[in-house]
Design a binder for this molecule. Structure first.
Ligand SMILES: O=C(O)CCC(=O)C(=O)O
Ligand SMILES: [Fe+2]
Length: 340
């Protein structure tokens, strides 16, 4: 594995207040280099309490194992007004334009937004501790994301708080946002196949379609089962083999715009491969993807990279680096993914 993208975060351990600008700048240099040259980074010694991740896996599994009638009470409402809630196999397809687009064989639960969507009625009462687990995980993720956004700002030659000040909802939950926590469960294939109306054969060849995330950055946690692929900056698909206790950091569409193409959004997918381990073992993943505050206008904060104005790396992300509205962008992308 290319070591340039396995990054030890001990230089930015601890609280933001105790760290110095040069700590963020030093780590930012390594992080920015990995994200711009390879396209993703594994973070180690990041200080995030992985017990909180395990807890979300536990409550999620308890929920995903419940009968459909209970899960469907939490199913995402039709349309893109809110994308908080449960999605079953076949409900969403991240790459509806792929030639062999079929159903995505996974279940997931999105916890979105600000204080309103935090209301208890948006969480399954059948699973004690469900909401608390997500809240505690969010707090851990916010602390790390705050530092990572500072590092990236400095890497881009911006003021340290240039990105953080566009994500104030991370600290003030009354500020609206499209930020999402997504907990996914990829059950063994046989179980999933019983659940959806999938055609036989190649058509069904998908667990999570190729896509770029819609937000600024994504902190991606995966168990040790594997199956995630990432497309590197040089265009080749590689297996994002899990590294124990690490976090996978990828960039989303809105970071690509903010950075004028310097930090391009990272295409990724979870395929069904002919592999007993991957097909028979359940896999769980969890992500925290901060988006800018509510209606924040997103435009390049640095000059657009010359070579990218003609040839874009992103395949499913922004077609240009024109200004977009954060709310509209994420909702538009969600609307094209939802099949209900
Ligand atoms: O399960 C994974 O590892 C990736 C999930 C993902 O990319 C997504 O839901 O956006
Ligand atoms: Fe994704």
């Amino acid at each position: 594995m290319d070591k340039i993208n396995v990054l030890d975060c001990s230089g930015i351990l601890g609280s933001v207040e105790k760290l110095r600008k040069e700590d963020f700048a030093n780590f930012g240099e390594k992080l920015g280099t990995a994200l711009s040259k390879v396209g993703y980074a594994y973070l180690t010694n990041h200080g995030l309490d992985l017990g909180k991740v395990e807890r979300v896996y536990e409550v999620s599994k308890d929920f995903f194992d419940m009968p459909k009638e209970i899960k469907n009470k939490m199913r995402k409402p039709p349309g893109a007004a809110s994308f908080h809630g449960y999605a079953g196999p076949g409900d969403e397809l991240l790459n509806a334009t792929a030639p062999n687009a079929a159903n995505e064989l996974r279940q997931f639960y999105d916890v979105t937004g600000h204080i309103e969507s935090n209301d208890i009625c948006y969480f399954p009462s059948e699973v004690p501790g469900f909401k608390d687990a997500f809240d505690e995980f969010r707090q851990e993720s916010v602390n790390l994301s705050d530092k990572l956004l500072r590092c990236i700002s400095l890497y881009l030659g911006l003021k340290e708080d240039e990105l953080v000040k566009r994500h104030t909802h991370m600290k003030d939950r009354s500020v609206p946002t499209q930020t999402v926590i997504r907990s996914s469960m990829y059950s063994p294939l046989e179980t999933m196949k019983n659940d959806v109306r999938i055609p036989e054969g190649e058509e069904a060849d998908i667990r999570c379609g190729e896509h770029c995330d819609w937000h600024t950055i994504t902190l991606l946690f995966q168990d040790l089962v594997g199956g995630l692929d990432i497309r590197t900056v040089s265009g080749e698909w590689v297996a994002a083999t899990p590294i124990e206790n690490s976090i996978l950091l990828i960039t989303g569409d809105l970071m690509e715009i903010y950075s004028g193409g310097r930090l391009p959004a990272t295409p990724h997918r979870v395929r069904i491969v002919d592999d007993t381990k991957l097909d028979k073992k359940p896999r769980q993943s969890l992500l925290y993807a901060p988006s800018p505050d509510g209606n924040e206008e997103v435009a390049p904060l640095v000059p657009i990279l010359e070579e990218l104005t003609e040839k874009k790396r992103t395949i499913y992300g922004p077609q240009s680096y024109e200004r977009v509205n954060a709310h509209e962008w994420v909702h538009k992308r969600h609307a094209t993914a939802a099949s209900y």
